[in-house]
Design a protein around this ligand. Structure first.
Ligand SMILES: [Zn+2]
Length: 409
């Protein structure tokens, strides 16, 4: 008797939960309207807009709506509406543990790690980033699922699961490794073509191995994203047919032009990743960074800034937005946009690189990165006009991902 009562109660609870078995309520077919004085739609600016959202998608976009804007579900007044921002290079798995050092293997419980990572995703979403590409950690698979199943607030996640960095592996092993990552659910392949910045960034994998990894990725229908610091490693990864080059700190005019002519996507960083390590010297010193590492990081800022200036002046080069955000940089991703504009990029171009251009680079260009009919309802609003004063991008007042509102005034 007791047993059957319990079973009955459980099945009742089950049916009551039914379509609604996640803590965050998924989007439904109710129409939501959003009005703002201004909209950057991922490509250009429109005034006095009214956007209708239904079932997680953008159903209608109207401009110059006049008094009709006042009856919107969310009247955002003088704010600027934008597509949710996209960061093509983050590490949401990186966090600072209870001993004040970078989290390593086995120094926290699985629950402590999961909570810290959920916190990273939350602050990233609240900073206006509705899509991220993690490059990467095995925990990404669970994080990606938890966000997609509306269990925790966070940006949509694309992940490479691991970074391929063992240059001693044979060409055959590299082919199987890429195929195995595809089977495990990787969205992208991440590899290291060079050593790190502190170690000088010399090329690690041979040209033949780079071609094997990026070629196999392509055969599996996956993009390949390559860590390359030195000019030689950027050149080699480009010639190997890889999809996107990360960092490229020491790339010269010749490599930038080569990437442009090959259609290779480029994601350089100007400041946030370097400055974040320097600003948290104590924490990163406890995590294995040496005085030489900090010196290399400080020196990299002017070098990367000059290289970035040349990159945006290179005709036809596709420059996208990615921060390489690690522990303590999560939620500050937009700081990199300010640095890029300070380095000479037009605010509108910086915003395109973090919306429509980034979506295309991730292979999501047909439903993400723009405010247009049929696109996913990933929408943010900021106080002020970031197309004129980029610093406004940090003043986020509205966040919606997939039609679900996470923050509003
Ligand atoms: Zn990285």
């Amino acid at each position: 008797m007791k047993h059957s009562l319990l079973v009955g109660a459980l099945s009742l609870a089950g049916s009551a939960i039914g379509a609604q078995n996640s803590p965050i309520r998924p989007p439904d077919s109710t129409a939501i309207t959003i009005h703002a004085a201004r909209m950057f739609d991922g490509r250009g600016v429109k005034e006095d807009v009214l956007v209708t959202v239904r079932a997680g998608r953008i159903e209608r976009v109207e401009a110059n709506v006049g008094t009709r804007g006042r009856s919107a579900t969310h009247d955002l007044g003088a704010a600027t509406l934008l597509p949710g921002l996209i960061d093509t290079h983050v590490h949401p798995g990186w966090y600072i543990n209870r001993r004040g050092a970078l989290h390593g293997r086995d120094d926290d419980t699985p629950a402590q790690s999961a909570l810290a990572r959920a916190g990273n995703l939350y602050v990233t979403l609240m900073a206006g980033f509705t899509t991220i590409q993690s490059l990467a950690g095995p925990e990404d698979l669970d994080l990606r699922d938890a966000v997609a199943r509306w269990q925790i607030p966070g940006p949509r996640i694309l992940t490479s699961i691991v970074q391929i960095s063992d240059s001693s592996l044979s060409v055959d092993s590299l082919h199987s490794l890429v195929r195995a990552l595809k089977v495990r659910g990787a969205d992208v392949i991440k590899l290291f073509a060079s050593a790190g910045l502190g170690a000088g960034g010399q090329q690690t994998f041979s040209d033949a191995k780079l071609a094997a990894i990026c070629g196999e990725a392509k055969a599996q229908g996956l993009r390949s994203v390559v860590h390359a610091i030195s000019a030689a490693s950027v050149r080699a990864a480009t010639l190997a047919g890889c999809t996107e080059i990360e960092h490229g700190t020491f790339a010269t005019k010749a490599e930038l032009e080569l990437m442009a002519s090959r259609g290779t996507i480029f994601d350089p960083q100007v400041c946030l990743v370097f400055q974040n390590y320097i600003d948290h010297r104590d924490v990163y010193s406890r995590s294995g960074f040496t005085p030489q590492s900090f010196e290399a990081l400080a020196n990299a800022i002017p070098t990367a800034t000059a290289m970035f200036r040349q990159a945006i002046a290179t005709p036809g080069l596709k420059v996208v937005f990615g921060t390489d955000a690690v522990a303590l940089a999560h939620g500050r991703n937009a700081d990199e946009l300010l640095c890029r504009v300070r380095a000479g990029q037009r605010p509108t171009d910086a915003l395109i690189s973090a919306t429509s251009a980034a979506a295309s680079a991730l292979g999501l260009g047909d439903h993400v990165g723009q405010i247009a009919n049929g696109y996913d309802a990933d929408l943010i609003a900021v106080r002020g006009d970031p197309t004129r004063e980029i610093a406004a991008i940090r003043d986020v007042v509205f966040v919606m991902r997939g039609g679900v509102r996470f923050a509003a005034p």
